[in-house]
Ligand binder design. Structure first.
Ligand code: ARG
Length: 644
């Protein structure tokens, strides 16, 4: 952005400044009174100042000249400095000061934003650098809908913070460490005893293929696993690695995990070897490290596909990354007297919790908790982040409460929840199926992320074909549009709900073009753009002429709503709630539609339309100018809405 000083602050901030001055004059002794400004019922005004009541409680009986909250409110109103912002004020109830903003000022502010850029409307947050820990699937396991929620919500939070000029470290805290790797590695060795021989040749090819475990066909010789042969199918080319006698199919990541778990649970010999493999891996034995990194690499390729589809960027720093730092961190905590012995394990006791926070297991191994403590330490001390945000399902709330309390006890984080550095757990609820139970497929397996995205896309494509688009568009256009709308719909259906509530996954609902869906927003936007295009005018013209006038009440309402963008982003960031932004966008579409219906002859019609487009889709002029429905869907759909 050009400069910090360009940021004007939200409407609320600007009003707060005026009321602060008034409060200084009205109650000079109450120096610590912060102005309380909130949006108000449109029947009374646009905003209200709520200080009178609480001030009255403080000053009554202290010899003040005021006789009740209303006169306090009256004085606050009278002492307000003159400002072009305010058209009129009134007093309601026990001293609320209602403010009606000046429509000229609203128009002028929008015009200014138009000229200087939407960045000047980004809220001022108190942090410079934040970590958003999101997505974070577990290696060798399939990414499921829970990870979908984390990925979508986390990415949106990151975008909102980035828009607010916070440097965001987008962290993929993948589960790439732990005892399960002994099992996975041992299973891999069992299936590929000649792993080292084939690895360079076969694994290289396999990595290029979609998914190792999906594309692998393993040969089992005379019912023993002594000679395992690998076939890799790349497209229609079959690469033979060794000779074949019998097929054994491992269909995907999750299946590989499951198969090895089964083996682990049923064969004590295997179990012992797996436990030994963990020791070898942690001891850094070359063969084991290599197998581990191959397993990770294969899973990673699978995740990348999902991220690419959703346009999501994030940097992997998995659990293994923090492993070398754990002993040092635990030593520090030990010195501070936080760590105690309990039933052979080393633990941190947390007040009010039934179980302690186990940081070293009784077998001496580290765990999820020790890794998270260390990651928090690293983020604070090495990465100098001021805000750590963890996006996982609500099931992990307890873990994070304990983590944050431990960090507070260690003095890493300040007590209380309002000062920085700060850590927040962004929990989310379950995705439910139509039956109201946890979303599952018919075979009671967890639903795979990739399948959901595929289905959303194919449904969109079918709908487009049904509308005759196959004749109008090229196959590529059809594909891209289906992807944009389909993925956008899945994202928006998730984000529009308060993240803590469970929501029902329903394709028909999310792909409906009426109601609160991404498809509806996309159509609203496409319509706005097509009107601008047909008007033959240019947004640049609007910047130069300065002719924005908000006459009709619906025009004013639309203008005011646009202006409230900054405080909505601020609220969404502060409370880590993407649904606040979704609601804003949905209402913006509503305000636009009302304006569009009722102001047919307004000279500002195209101006307002272009402004909505400007805010809705983040000032992408190129798109706003050169749009047609399909192109818009294509270009905006996947990002859905600039921030969301
Ligand atoms: N891998 C974990 C899971 O799938 C989520 C990790 C979340 N991040 C963290 N720092 N604990 O449940």
């Amino acid at each position: 952005m050009a400069a910090d000083e360009e940021v004007v602050g939200t409407v609320k901030d600007q009003l707060a400044k005026l009321f602060e001055e008034s409060l200084r004059v009205t109650v000079p002794d109450q120096t610590d009174t912060d102005p309380l400004i909130a949006a108000c019922n449109p029947r009374f005004g646009d905003y209200q100042c709520n200080n009178a009541m609480s001030l009255w409680t403080k000053i009554k009986g202290t010899g003040s000249a005021f006789t009740g909250p209303q006169p306090v409110g009256q004085a606050i109103m009278t002492n307000l400095p003159r400002s072009e912002m305010i058209e009129s004020c009134s007093i309601a109830g026990p001293g609320f000061v209602n403010v009606k903003l000046s429509r000229q000022w609203i128009a002028k502010s929008i015009q200014k934003m138009l000229i200087k850029g939407i960045e000047t409307w980004s809220p001022k947050l108190r942090v410079k650098r934040a970590v958003v820990d999101f997505s974070s699937p577990n290696i060798a396991k399939e990414m499921h809908v829970g990870h979908l929620r984390s990925t979508i919500i986390g990415d949106t939070l990151a975008r909102m913070l980035e828009f607010s000029n916070v440097e965001v470290l987008r962290r993929n805290h993948v589960g790439d460490w732990g005892t399960q790797f002994g099992m996975l590695i041992e299973f891999l060795f069992e299936k590929f005893p000649n792993m080292e021989v084939v690895s360079d040749q076969a694994i290289g090819d396999l990595e290029a293929s979609e998914n190792l475990f999906r594309k692998l066909f393993i040969y089992k010789c005379s019912s023993t696993y002594s000679k395992v042969l690998v076939y890799c199918i790349l497209g229609n080319k079959v690469v033979k690695v060794s000779s074949v006698k019998h097929w054994y199919t491992v269909p995907d990541n999750g299946a590989f995990y499951k198969a090895s778990k089964q083996r682990f649970d049923s064969d004590p010999g295997f179990k012992e070897r797996a436990q030994q493999a963990v020791v070898s891996l942690q001891g850094g034995k070359e063969k084991y490290r290599k197998a581990w990194s191959q397993i990770c690499e294969i899973s990673r390729k699978g995740y990348e596909k999902v991220y690419q589809r959703l346009g999501i960027v994030l940097e992997e720093k998995g659990e293994s990354f923090y492993n070398p730092y754990i002993p040092g961190v635990l030593e520090e905590l030990g010195k501070k007297g936080l760590i105690e012995e309990s039933e052979g394990a080393r633990v941190i006791f947390i007040e009010g919790k039934k179980y302690p926070f186990i940081v070293v297991k009784s077998d001496g191994g580290f765990n999820y908790a020790s890794t998270d403590l260390t990651a928090l330490w690293y983020r604070l001390n090495e990465e100098k982040a001021e805000w750590m945000i963890y996006v996982t399902d609500v099931g992990q709330r307890e873990h994070f409460e304990m983590l944050f309390t431990a960090a507070k006890r260690a003095g890493w984080l300040p007590p209380g929840d309002n000062s920085y550095p700060k850590a927040n757990h962004v929990g989310f609820g379950l995705v439910l199926g139509e039956d109201g139970k946890r979303f599952r497929t018919r075979s009671t397996e967890v639903v795979k992320l990739v399948d959901l995205l595929d289905e959303a896309k194919s449904r969109c494509k079918a709908a487009l074909v049904e509308r005759g688009k196959a004749e109008e568009w090229t196959e590529e256009e059809l594909e891209q549009t289906a992807e944009a709308v389909g993925y956008g719909a899945v994202k928006y259906a998730d984000l529009k709900n308060n993240r803590l509530t469970n929501y029902t996954f329903n394709f028909d609902q999310m792909l409906n073009d009426q109601g609160n869906t991404a498809v509806y927003l996309l159509y609203a936007h496409a319509r706005i753009c097509s009107i601008i295009r047909k008007s033959g005018k240019d947004v640049e013209e609007l910047k130069k002429t300065g002719a924005l006038v908000l006459e009709h009440p619906n025009e004013r309402a639309l203008g005011l709503h646009l202006l409230q963008f900054a405080e909505i982003v601020e609220e969404a960031c502060t409370n880590l709630l993407p649904n606040v932004l979704c609601e804003y966008l949905y209402n913006l579409s509503g305000h636009f539609t009302t304006f569009y219906t009722n102001c047919q002859t307004s000279p500002n019609r195209w101006c307002c339309q272009s402004l909505v487009a400007f805010v809705l889709w983040g000032q992408r002029r190129r798109q706003a100018d050169s749009c047609c429905v399909k192109r818009l869907q294509r270009s905006c759909g996947n990002a859905s809405i600039y921030l969301v």
